[in-house]
Design a protein. Sequence first.
Length: 529
Amino acid sequence: MADDPTPPSTDTSPAAGVRAVLDAWGQLLAPVAAAGRDKVDPKDRRFAGPEWEQPVFDLMRQGYKVMADAMMASVDQAPGLDDAARDRARFAMRTLVEAMSPANSPFTNPKALNKALDTNGASLAEGFAQMLRDFQRGQLTHTDPHAFEVGRNIAMTPGKVVHETPLYQLIQYSPTTDQVAATPLVIFPPWINRFYILDLSPEKSFIRWAVEQGLTVFMVSWKSADASMAEVIWDDYIAAQIDAIDTIRDALDVKSVHAIGYCVAGTTLAATLAVLAAKGQAKKVKTATFFTAQIDFSETGELGNFIDDAYLSLIESLSGQGFLDGRYLAMTFNMLRGKDLIWSPVVNHYLMGDKHPSFDLLHWNGDVTNLPAKWHKAYLTDLYRDNKLAQPGGVSALGEAIDLSKVETPTYIQAGREDHIAPAESVWKITHHFAGPLRFVLAGSGHIAGVVNPPAAGKYQYWTGDSAVSSLADFVAGATEHKGSWWPDWIEWIRGHGAKQVAAEGARIPGEGKLAAIEDAPGRYVKTR
């Protein structure tokens, strides 16, 4: 007698019922799903994995792709829009389309649905708890909030705070070589971020690496704004940069410093150089380096979509105490990469209930800084919207009309090929304004990874070429590609502007010269919320 066939499942649990329904529909819809498979974008990570190949969910992602393409096309075909309005509409539509993805719902995301069924809903319960914690915090969490602590396992390069004002602290780092370059280095980080993007884990730290190259390194740590800074304006940040330069010159008894400005601090450094030139004090800065910085805002990229009257009014309404909560600005930057920085965490942590990863860069990204409202609004209107810095005499500071064409300081300019915050085309425009010798370097990757790329990692590449050509496209056409980090190229350029060495003693050691040690690095300001 033949064996009896396998009896039907007797599992009557809700999970089994859901899977039975999906299987039944899958058999019916399989031919339709297979016929439309060419609509699937194989590079879209939101819909990757065998779960999305089940016919029911396959059709969902196919339908979403067709709908998304049609919605984006409607913006391109809409009549009566100028280029700026069309760009804003395209950005707004993309934001809406990303929010509508079936991957963002536990009922239309097969991975989340399967995990909920397998855990009897525990994954959704954990995800809901994480969502409530984020609501209470007022900010989307990207990384394990307990994994990192400033001064313990990030921002831990040894040094001392040696100078302090109401706006910034100045950190001097301890030398690790017997001899150091005679000309010290001062780094101005963005005042919209914490400085330790350049001092993450030791293997990623630009600061630690620069110290190991024999430089006396100083870092400015900006204070997160509070109500006491309601009247702070751009002049104050420029004055602070000059104060830091003069403080270092006096402390080490040197005529000049090397200066680095990162992102918006680079914008400010350009103005500082112009002010110094106007005052006949340009030689206080021996060289200037710009990390992904803009001074000509005629090609701002997607951030320009936010600079309209409605956004400026919103910023003003959110700044009632004289400062803008950094969480609002963080959301703005997250929206530029919504799929990665908003919806991916939503799926992973709210829908799947996954634990947060331990990632120092994401910790830094969520460590927000408040901004003085008066200056932030002026920055957005005068620079981003009206592009006055690029116009000789368009803006003034410290009693001087700013004319960037008067800047003759030797300059190193680094841009990121995939930078979505300071597009390479915009950074390139520095070459159109400064009058001194220039070296332009195009680095692989973007606004952060393109800068924080230590040589030991062996990642990405950079291009060098003729910085005197008229356009970035011409530069790229004739450029030479080099594998790995651009940091060694930069240090050789720095050494080319003065090879004199001095002993790493006396004032070269934090707290042992004119400047007494106030506290250990990284100081209080970087920890102030």
